[in-house]
Design a binder for this molecule. Structure first.
Ligand code: SPV
Ligand code: MG
Length: 290
């Protein structure tokens, strides 16, 4: 439908605009709606958060069809575009391009693929990281771009050179290869607590394509620095998940210890739950159709 096809265009505008834009993590229909109500123009469907809310690890333990179901609920409750964290594409070029097709069918704005090996590991963890063969990943991107039906569907190539310890030259070489494959933007990731790796990349990259960043570990860098170096899109990648974990831990602990429900000040009212579920909408429709 028009509404769904427009979401790819909306994401394209966010990524391709000269302005620094921000998207916020969500991991189910409810959190996606909350992100939209907060005013964000887009949603990051984080692999870490979607897997964590299912209670499993961020190493492709949840299947891609299970994630598609999560994404369906997120798309149903929102009108802003969603960028899916597509990890390594769940296999080779053929698996990745089939995911692209299924995302298009569900009104998702775009997908980000990272140049690692299936099953991937989360980039912020301690373990060693193995990178994909450049040529193979380049062809995976190319196959996805060739296969998409909606011209505006965004494919972001995520480079993990810094995460794997391969340095700036390797990052530049890989991102240039992905650019030649026709990707819409590159995401350059770093797990350092300072901005040095990303800054060096941005200076050498010189705006060849829009750049996406994930400042989870270097969050103390002033946002103005991102703007000065022409970052296109910053992703607040996991903060709704982390907020909900803490709230649920505290609430469960308090109710377990006290055996009563007094003094729970930081929980939403049942009325608010109904509002978020749009109970009103059904009440109105009942009058019309029942
Ligand atoms: C995610 O949010 O799943 C990401 C970002 O891929 S990171 O956790 O930093 O790898
Ligand atoms: Mg991820």
């Amino acid at each position: 439908s028009l509404l769904f096809s427009k979401r790819t265009t909306k994401l394209k505008k966010l990524i391709q605009s000269k302005e620094l834009e921000f998207i916020m993590e969500a991991h189910n229909g409810l959190s996606a709606l909350i992100v939209q109500e907060a005013g964000f123009k887009g949603i990051w469907a984080s692999g870490l958060s979607m897997s964590a809310q299912l209670g499993v690890r961020d190493c492709n333990e949840a299947s891609w069809t299970q994630l598609l179901e999560v994404l369906e609920f997120m798309a149903e409750r929102t009108t802003i575009p969603i960028l899916m964290d597509g990890d390594t594409g769940f296999g080779n070029y053929n698996n990745a391009r089939r995911l692209v097709r299924k995302l298009e069918e569900r009104g998702i704005g775009g997908v980000c693929f990272e140049d690692k090996i299936f099953p991937k590991r989360n980039s912020l963890g301690e373990g060693a990281q193995e990178l994909a063969n450049v040529k193979e990943f380049q062809n995976k991107i190319k196959a996805c771009k060739d296969f998409q039906r909606d011209q505006d569907f965004q494919i972001v190539a995520r480079c993990e050179s810094f995460i794997a310890g391969w340095g700036l030259d390797n990052a530049l070489e890989r991102c240039e290869a992905y650019r030649n494959a026709g990707v819409d933007a590159v995401l350059i990731h770093s797990k350092k607590s300072d901005f040095t790796e990303i800054e060096s990349f941005l200076k050498s990259w010189n705006n060849r394509l829009p750049v996406v960043i994930v400042p989870t570990n270097y969050y103390t860098t002033p946002t103005e620095e991102f703007r000065k170096l022409n970052v296109s899109l910053a992703i607040w990648a996991n903060h709704n998940l982390r907020a909900s974990i803490k709230a649920m831990q505290e609430t469960s602990k308090q109710i377990f210890e006290r055996q009563n429900l007094n003094g729970l000040d930081n929980i939403a009212s049942v009325k608010e739950v109904f509002r978020l579920q749009n109970e009103k909408g059904l009440e109105q429709d009942d009058k019309k159709y029942l």
